[in-house]
Design a protein around this ligand. Structure first.
Ligand code: GZL
Length: 332
């Protein structure tokens, strides 16, 4: 965890974009756009599993249009084999640049080496890969998920008295994990556990994947509630699973936000509305609006400039009052 934090600390935030000369095209030359200066980007999206993903797709598609970049776009329906197939198709089509959000961290070296051999630069957005060979991609643009998990856990530590809803001195937390093997699921869980370790009365008593979907969150929360153990806090690793869990909590005759405190990550519209309505207690923001920066990075790379290997997005947190104030101006 410390290593990840140090890497994160050495990265720049998105608002302070800086492009430094470091390294060169993987084949030694510099990656360039097509002869007529036009740029074709192949983007392999994870799927359409959540409100966050929908907003992310919209940002990428609209930004490509605004940037004059010809976008080839595929939705992998959450399957890595579909993303790999899409990337291979972009290589065959000889696109100028490939970008994607890896559905899971592992299993990318082979196809990324194929893109490297074809001289096509790759940019990672949103989620990371565990490849040790960082020459396989030009940059990673997205959030620090460990920090997001830490912010969520810190809220429980800071609000322990309120979170102990049955006043027995023990704070029982249930966790809805994101997609198994996905960087945000792994890292948010790590960050949350790190933060709550400061208070031994806080314990994760159950944790299971809801696959970042509303249905998944609802079904798993129903099983947590049926266990009969008292639940003080729910940490849902995204808003959509938290919204599904709220349906299960209300169906069980309990009041979300009061009988069970709820913390989520993303801050999409429906999550912020539930927060404003008092059904969620705290949301950690994870911005899906990566499109403009992605197109900027692609142009820099194809112009032969180099970019920072890890570019973090700036994000905040919201309590109930802040959500009410922010809602009218939210873009998603
Ligand atoms: C996070 C992103 C996650 C969101 C979920 O950057 O990968 O995937 O938190 C989405 O809502 O499904």
């Amino acid at each position: 965890m410390l290593k990840k934090t140090l890497i994160a600390a050495s990265a720049i935030t998105l608002s302070a974009f800086a492009f430094t000369a470091c390294g060169s095209d993987s084949e030694g030359g510099s990656s360039t756009a097509s002869d007529d200066g036009s740029i074709t980007m192949g983007f392999a999206q994870v799927g359409a599993e959540s409100g966050w993903r929908t907003a992310n797709t919209k940002s990428i598609q609209e930004s490509a249009k605004d940037a004059g970049i010809d976008l080839k776009f595929t939705d992998a329906q959450g399957k890595q084999e579909n993303q790999i197939q899409a990337i291979r198709s972009y290589i065959q089509q000889k696109v100028d640049v490939i970008a994607f959000s890896p559905v899971v961290e592992t299993g990318w070296d082979a196809v990324l080496n194929e893109a490297k051999a074809a001289g096509i630069p790759v940019i990672l957005t949103d989620r990371a890969v565990d490849s040790k060979d960082t020459s396989l991609y030009k940059s990673f643009l997205g959030s620090d998920f460990v920090v997001e998990g830490q912010k969520a856990g810190q809220w429980v530590v800071d609000n322990a008295a309120d979170a102990d809803t049955d006043g027995d001195g023990a704070i029982n937390v249930v966790q809805l994990e994101g997609t198994t093997g996905a960087a945000p699921a792994i890292d948010r869980g790590e960050g949350f556990a790190d933060a709550i370790s400061a208070d031994p009365s806080i314990k994760v008593v159950a944790s299971q994947t809801g696959d970042f979907t509303r249905d998944g969150g609802k079904q798993v929360m129903e099983s947590f509630l049926q266990s009969g153990d008292h639940i003080d806090v729910l940490f849902a690793q995204n808003d959509d699973m938290g919204l599904g869990a709220i349906e299960a909590i209300e169906a069980a005759g309990l009041t979300p936000g009061k009988d069970i405190k709820i913390i989520t990550v993303d801050a999409v519209h429906d999550g912020m509305q539930a927060l404003s309505d008092g059904k969620i207690n705290f949301i950690v923001e994870c911005s899906p609006l990566l499109g403009p920066q992605l197109m900027d990075i692609a142009k820099k790379v194809l112009d032969g400039e180099d970019v920072e290997p890890r570019i973090l997005t700036e994000e905040t947190t919201f309590d109930q009052a802040q959500a009410t104030e922010a809602l009218p101006d939210r873009q998603y």
